[in-house]
Structure formats: structure tokens, C-alpha cells
Write a new protein. Structure first.
Length: 104
């Protein structure tokens, strides 16, 4: 069950995600999200961030991951969702091998 206020803000969430992807492209290929409860029962927003293979290299990941987290936080804070964000990063090569639909 989604938080009722979150359901009404999905267009703003989608717009914020699109803005960050556009800003950080080509390093960030896409961002998907899911709203749910974590293992403690708290409502959270889980972000799945697909990165280019180049951005996923260790030397680049140390730069791009904090930037993604910062920009997403900047975009979502004004929405007042009250959700704790969780981020998971994956390269295009990892996704190609895993074939997980949630990341597509």
C-alpha cells in the first residue's frame, strides 16, 4: 500500500527523476524508483540508478554516486514526501547480464 500523499505526487516525482537523468547524462542512463517499506516497516523510496559502464568504473563511481544522491535529494526535498531514500547503482553491463525487468 502506497502512502496516499505519495500517489498524488507521482507526476512531480517522475519530473524530478527526468530532470536529474537529463542533467547527469550520459553517465546516468536512467533512474527507476519504487515506494515501499524497508525491513523496519518505514516508508522509503528505492532508487535504481543505471549508469554507463564508464561511469561505473571505480574512479568515476566515487564522483557520480554522491552527485546522483545529492541531486536527487535536492529535487525531492521540496516535494515533502517524508520518505527515506535508498540508492542502488548498477552498470549497463551488469544489467545486461542480470536481465532484471525492474531495472529496464
Amino acid at each position: 500500500m502506497l502512502l496516499p500523499s505519495t500517489v498524488t505526487k507521482e507526476p512531480q516525482i517522475n519530473a524530478a527523476v527526468a530532470d536529474v537523468v537529463r542533467e547527469l547524462s550520459p553517465a546516468v542512463r536512467r533512474i527507476r524508483y519504487e515506494i515501499g517499506q524497508d525491513w523496519t516497516g518505514e516508508w522509503v523510496i528505492f532508487f535504481r540508478v543505471l549508469l554507463s559502464d564508464e561511469a561505473s568504473k571505480k574512479r568515476n563511481l566515487r564522483k557520480i554516486a554522491p552527485l546522483v544522491i545529492s541531486r536527487m535529494s535536492d529535487e525531492f526535498y521540496p516535494l515533502g514526501l517524508g520518505l527515506f531514500p535508498h540508492f542502488d547503482f548498477r552498470s549497463e553491463a551488469e544489467q545486461a547480464a542480470a536481465h532484471e525487468p525492474a531495472w529496464a
